[in-house]
Design a protein around this ligand. Structure first.
Ligand SMILES: Nc1ncnc2c1ncn2[C@@H]1O[C@H](COP(=O)(O)OP(=O)(O)O)[C@@H](O)[C@H]1O
Ligand SMILES: [Mg+2]
Length: 429
């Protein structure tokens, strides 16, 4: 297949050398069964790449099963991956296939593989080497034929060095590595990809995009895009929807980047003179470390702020359902998540989680079960990981709206598309 046709077909856009090399590599490996390791920050296109490899392979008639190894609670990851026999643990009423069996004949995509608990890593190694595994509670050896694609946004070798990732598994996965560079390192891709997104959203929302100024263009290119292509896509969607039929100048664009630009952009950090720098950092390596720490913090902040919005929206609608007086002047559709979270924080300060202590929660109805779930989730996990919390919220929202994804996504304050992606990412049905 021609490279351009391939890129259009699988939505892996970009004309930079980096992307060309990625595409060439995908085309080289997709016909084989070789294990592929995808490396890159969040939002650079690891999922897209994994799907493209599968779709181009002879396994495409069968499924690609996507597993987020970091999002599955440690207690159930073994049975999720390898299945279990009936009665093998409390609650195992039926025998169940694991993800590896579901992927038999197809591809398994092990996302965030660096987060796999160590006791599971040894079992992964075995299934990768020989296709062999045991269901939980079974002494019968099972075998599968799967192609493995793994992904990580971390430096796996660092994890090997600090002892949290097995070296033998590292080498087993290190056969073909595809590095997806962050968007800021391939600036020439930004405008072409942005144009594609704008065209796509304009036709989806039946809106006409009036173009943007040179300064706005420069800003798009120089912005650091901590959320990479995912963020670029979101910004394009927001502009098309919220700035319908407006010419996009720098100020208009800035609104959609501002908060995040400040967080994400080292351009906005004060430039230090050499002596100031020396005062701040004793030597070069610590300043490089600072950069890494700073970047990590920024990425974490972006994730947390998304999660905060989801949590705030979701808890808000729970509270609104309970006819509790809402924030002054706020309506469920027009609220500042930051206001809500401070409001909620206050409530949380007032009680364990502030949910049950509010008077009108005392009348019993369906939502009480939900509140119990929320409470026990947080209590059990103390501080859950962002991904666990996100997954949990999504499950709660779907439960509440009887699986209606449109309503669930509205309650969570994310687009339906994002919800679909997350369902996929977390392997939720
Ligand atoms: N090169 C690209 N061209 C077009 N869209 C892309 C590209 N890379 C990523 N995307 C889009 O960005 C979003 C995030 O991509 P995804 O593959 O889920 O990233 P990751 O798995 O690395 O976090 C998706 O909507 C995807 O379609
Ligand atoms: Mg992903």
């Amino acid at each position: 297949m021609d490279r351009q046709v391939f890129q259009e077909k699988f939505g892996l856009l970009g004309e930079s050398d980096a992307i060309r090399q990625v595409v060439d590599k995908i085309m080289q490996v997709s016909g084989t069964d070789i294990t592929v390791m995808l490396q890159g920050e969040s939002g650079v296109g690891k999922d897209v790449t994994a799907r493209a490899i599968h779709a181009m392979s002879k396994r495409s008639r069968k499924d690609i099963v996507i597993v987020n190894c970091g999002a599955i609670p440690e207690g159930i990851i073994e049975s999720e991956l390898f299945g279990h026999e009936k009665g093998s643990f409390t609650g195992a009423h039926e025998a169940r296939k694991g993800y590896f069996e579901k992927a038999d004949g197809g591809t398994i995509f092990l996302d965030e593989i660096g987060d796999t608990p160590k006791n599971i890593q040894v079992k992964l190694l075995r299934v990768l080497e020989s296709g062999e595994f045991f269901r939980v509670g079974s002494s019968k050896l099972s075998t599968v034929d799967v192609r493995v694609i793994a992904a990580t946004n971390r430096d796996l070798w660092e994890l090997v060095k600090d002892g949290s990732f097995r070296e033998d598994l590292y080498y087993r996965l290190d056969t073909v590595k595809i590095k997806l560079p962050p968007l800021r390192d391939r600036q020439e891709d930004i405008i072409p990809i942005f144009r594609k997104f704008v065209t796509e959203f304009s036709s989806k929302y039946d809106s006409v995009f009036q173009g943007f100024s040179d300064e706005a263009k420069e800003l798009l290119v120089s912005y650091r895009w901590p959320g990479n292509v995912r963020e670029l896509r979101n910004v394009a969607e927001q502009l098309v929807v919220l700035e319908k039929s407006q010419f996009i100048d720098k100020d208009r664009l800035q609104k959609y980047l501002k908060g995040r630009q400040f967080l994400g952009s080292t351009d906005n950090l004060p430039v230090l003179s050499k002596s100031e720098r020396e005062q701040h950092f004793e030597n070069e390596s610590s300043s490089a470390d600072m950069g890494i720490i700073y970047r990590a913090l920024v990425e974490m902040r972006t994730d947390i702020s998304d999660l905060k919005k989801m949590l705030a929206k979701f808890l808000y609608s729970t509270i609104a359902d309970k006819n509790i007086k809402a924030l002054p002047g706020a309506t469920p559709r027009n609220i500042d998540p930051n206001d809500i979270s401070s409001h909620l924080r206050k409530q949380m300060d007032d009680s364990s989680l502030g949910i049950r202590s509010v008077d009108s929660f005392d009348d019993v109805d369906d939502n009480d079960k939900e509140n119990d779930d929320i409470e026990s989730f947080f209590r059990e996990k103390e501080i859950p990981s962002i991904e666990d919390a996100e997954k949990f919220l999504i499950e709660q929202a779907l439960k509440r709206f009887d699986g209606n994804r449109r309503k669930a996504s509205e309650a969570l304050g994310v687009s339906e598309r994002t919800l679909y992606r997350k369902l996929d990412q977390y392997g939720l049905q």
